[in-house]
Design a protein. Structure first.
Ligand SMILES: NC(=O)c1ccc[n+]([C@@H]2O[C@H](COP(=O)([O-])OP(=O)(O)OC[C@H]3O[C@@H](n4cnc5c(N)ncnc54)[C@H](O)[C@@H]3O)[C@@H](O)[C@H]2O)c1
Length: 400
């Protein structure tokens, strides 16, 4: 490898644009250990637009390719940043890993438990680094609340949580980015699987392993859409759910969400412990990304700005530079920096492929529970493949 990590961005859609802003932020701070050498998308228009955006933001134009095979054949790359729809995570990551590239793959890592295992196995067999592009828990808000709850123990032992969001979102159903998300075969599931991967990752990060889940999912909107690669199909992913999660520690959580709620909207997200409670300030599925307030049993409130101050004060200089490189406090550039550093220094990334797989499997366990009529499902059984009835159709379709 030369002085710079030569990256390919695979998939030039919406999240690739956010990654690019992350890389730009790093470059603007003087970080120069990477170069986006190649960009790849099946849409020539998206590839060209993205190459132009790279040129505008980073000052050089990357090579452009229309397929993974062409990208790899060029042979001048060190690593790939995979930003594809869920069905193509494994079909892109595995050839990259087998060609000797290190890989960062967007959450959820692979469309099923099996797809994730295949990616992890390819990394292991080829001695490559596999990172999960998971930004939420790296944001200063989430890092602060992890410190407040887990290290400072401000609310005491966490006992239960309730995350409840009901909202309405007008989505552009003609756009590619929403159409693939409405087919189970392309997306693996609805928002439980998509943004829910952030939710599951943060829950595991804050509260430890999840033993068992139970879920009821509903699909209200079943309009027919022209799905990429599949043709016209009914929307078949959930738009409302009610879920319980039982942690190994004994903590019990409830999670309910809908983006199909007309008129009144609510968001109410709290964690209660033996000495107080934490209120999540975000309104979506990225727990504590915007921080949280804490109220103690005597009624004292410690607001997020004060919690953040306390958190930053107790970090050593070395911890501060590692956690917020170049003083950056947003998760996405930190995620990009961490991947480049891992590749350049041959060290483990902060959030590896296994961590991404663990979070994703929690989401899949919710689908498996719903598929079994709402019966409780052990997360470990989904992780080891004993329970897979919901995923069998997807695995079969993609020949896994
Ligand atoms: N971290 C986050 O907050 C966050 C937010 C949004 C999306 N995501 C994740 O990012 C990934 C991509 O989502 P998105 O919203 O960017 O999707 P998108 O639809 O906006 O972009 C996907 C791109 O991939 C291209 N593509 C499809 N198949 C391809 C193939 N075989 N080879 C090359 N290119 C191909 C499409 O043309 C499109 O440009 C998903 O895993 C999603 O869950 C993460």
């Amino acid at each position: 490898m030369s002085d710079q990590v030569k990256l390919a961005v695979i998939g030039c859609g919406s999240i690739a644009g956010s990654h690019l802003k992350g890389y730009q932020k790093l470059q603007n701070k003087g970080y120069d250990r990477f170069r986006i050498a190649a960009v790849c998308d099946i849409s020539a228009e998206n590839t060209a637009e993205y190459a132009t955006d790279v040129e505008a933001k980073l000052g050089y134009r990357p090579d452009q390719y229309g397929s993974i095979e062409e990208t790899l054949a060029a042979g001048n790359l060190d690593a790939a940043d995979i930003c594809l729809p869920h069905a193509y995570h494994h079909t892109a990551a595995i050839p990259c890993l087998e060609s000797g590239l290190d890989v960062m793959v967007e959450k959820p890592v692979g469309i099923t438990a099996k797809a994730g295992e295949m990616i992890i196995e390819a990394a292991r067999k080829n001695g490559r680094i596999l990172a999960t592009a998971e930004q939420v828990r790296r944001d200063i808000g989430a890092r602060t609340m992890h410190w407040a709850i887990n290290e400072a123990g401000l609310i005491g032992e966490p006992r239960f949580f309730g995350f409840d969001v009901k909202t309405w979102m007008d989505l552009d159903l003609d756009s590619y980015r929403w159409r693939w998300r409405y087919s189970k075969l392309l997306s693996g599931g609805g928002m439980i699987f998509d943004a829910g991967a952030h939710f599951a990752d943060m829950m595991l990060h804050l509260f430890g392993e999840i033993d068992e889940v139970a879920a009821t999912l509903v699909t209200f909107d079943t309009t027919i859409l022209e799905m990429p690669d599949l043709g016209p199909r009914r929307r078949d992913v959930e738009d409302y759910w009610v879920v319980t999660l039982r942690f190994t520690s004994g903590l019990l959580g409830s999670w309910s969400y809908s983006r199909a709620a007309r008129a009144y909207k609510i968001h109410s997200s709290y964690v209660w412990g033996e000495k107080g409670a934490a209120k999540d300030l975000q309104t979506w599925m990225h727990p504590f990304q915007l921080g949280g307030d804490i109220e103690l049993e005597d009624g004292t409130e410690v607001l997020y700005d004060e919690l953040r101050r306390q958190y930053l004060d107790q970090l050593s200089d070395e911890e501060r530079e590692r956690t917020f490189p170049y003083g950056i406090t947003e998760g996405m550039p930190i995620e990009c920096w961490d991947f480049v550093e891992a590749v350049a220094d041959r060290r483990a990334p902060e959030i590896d492929g296994e961590a991404g797989q663990r979070a994703k499997v929690v989401c899949l366990a919710l689908y498996e529970s719903d598929h079994a009529g709402g019966a409780p499902v052990k997360v470990a059984d989904v992780a080891n493949g004993t329970v897979s009835a919901y995923q069998d159709e997807i695995n079969e379709y993609w020949g896994m």
